[in-house]
Design a protein around this ligand. Structure first.
Ligand SMILES: [Zn+2]
Length: 308
């Protein structure tokens, strides 16, 4: 069983205020002249999609760990460092997911979007408390996405004052699309019979989605919030037992992680494997899963198809 609880670090308003308070010292950020185009670097594709929805053509956006990239293993190239050097804002999720930007960006550039969000904590030990790490995959909950979009709009608008109202308008429109996707996903998930609402994923990346829509996390092939640990033979035997005992119908493997261990497990347990779930990254441009709401819907459709 998943042991998760909420931690409210603060509010989005506080996050914005802290960010501004951090301005004006240290390594700094390139100066922004009103009338310039705001230069934004996004650490991962989910942040890129949010920044794109909020900034659109008003910003110059660079995404570092793009679609299909294993964000937990990502390292900056010299070209990435140059993009960071030029950026007015370097937006990241935080919570250990995208530390790679912290090495290169100044604290004046960095905007940590998970600040102020209700963050899930994963407890892999039976006693739970204090044993888990914070789950950084926050964008799998539409409420978090709406708040992160508002944070981006607030920060973009405080720097690029000319376009402040447009950023806010874009964030509000995104919120509307996210609400519509949320309603659609709820309707889809209601088609899954209660007894089938058990999920095994490749690594523990979909906690926010499962929690929001009442699905039960039974186990992960890689029993961690990152992809960098490896399951032991004993872990896999135990997980195979759980899959059989709980009558799990499918194992979900995400697009950015090598599915070979999951495939072996599916073979051993006679359970089907569903590949291509967008856990750590969004889909490539034009896939329909290249926006936050498109990605959430694509995942829900795959899950429902397998568990219905
Ligand atoms: Zn992950």
């Amino acid at each position: 069983m998943r042991t998760a609880w909420l931690l409210l670090i603060g509010t989005v308003a506080t996050a914005g205020a802290l960010w501004l308070a951090a301005c004006g010292g240290g390594g700094g950020a390139p100066e922004f002249q009103q009338g310039d185009r705001l230069r934004v670097v996004a650490s991962v594709s989910a942040v890129g999609a949010l920044a794109d929805a909020v900034g659109g053509d008003l910003i110059e956006l660079e995404v570092l760990a793009g679609p299909g990239v294993d964000v937990h293993a990502f390292e900056l190239s010299p070209a990435d460092r140059r993009k960071i050097d030029r950026a007015h804002v370097v937006a990241q999720i935080g919570l250990g997911l995208d530390r790679f930007v912290e090495k290169s960006a100044s604290k004046e550039q960095l905007l940590v979007l998970s600040d102020g969000l209700p963050v899930l904590r994963e407890g892999h030990e039976a006693d739970g408390a204090g044993s888990g790490e914070y789950d950084p995959h926050v964008w799998h909950d539409v409420d978090n996405d709406k708040r992160m979009a508002m944070t981006l709009a607030g920060v973009f608008g405080r720097i690029d004052e000319t376009n402040a109202a447009a950023y806010m308008q874009n964030a509000t429109e995104l919120a509307g699309r996210l609400d519509a996707a949320d309603a659609e996903i709820r309707a889809l998930i209601s088609e899954i019979p209660d007894k089938n609402r058990k999920v095994v994923t490749n690594h523990d990346a979909l906690g926010y989605l499962l929690d929001r829509y009442g699905l039960v996390f039974v186990g992960a092939v890689i029993p961690a919030l990152t992809t960098s640990s490896e399951p032991s033979a004993k872990d896999l035997v135990e997980l195979a037992d759980v899959i059989k005992k709980e009558g799990v119908k499918a194992i979900f493997a995400e697009s950015s992680v090598d599915p070979k261990v999951a495939e072996q497990l599916a073979k051993d347990t006679g359970v089907k494997i569903v590949e291509g779930l967008y856990a750590d990254s969004l889909g490539p441009a034009g896939s329909g899963a290249d926006t936050i709401e498109g990605m959430l819907l694509a995942n829900a459709e795959k899950i429902v198809e397998a568990l219905r």
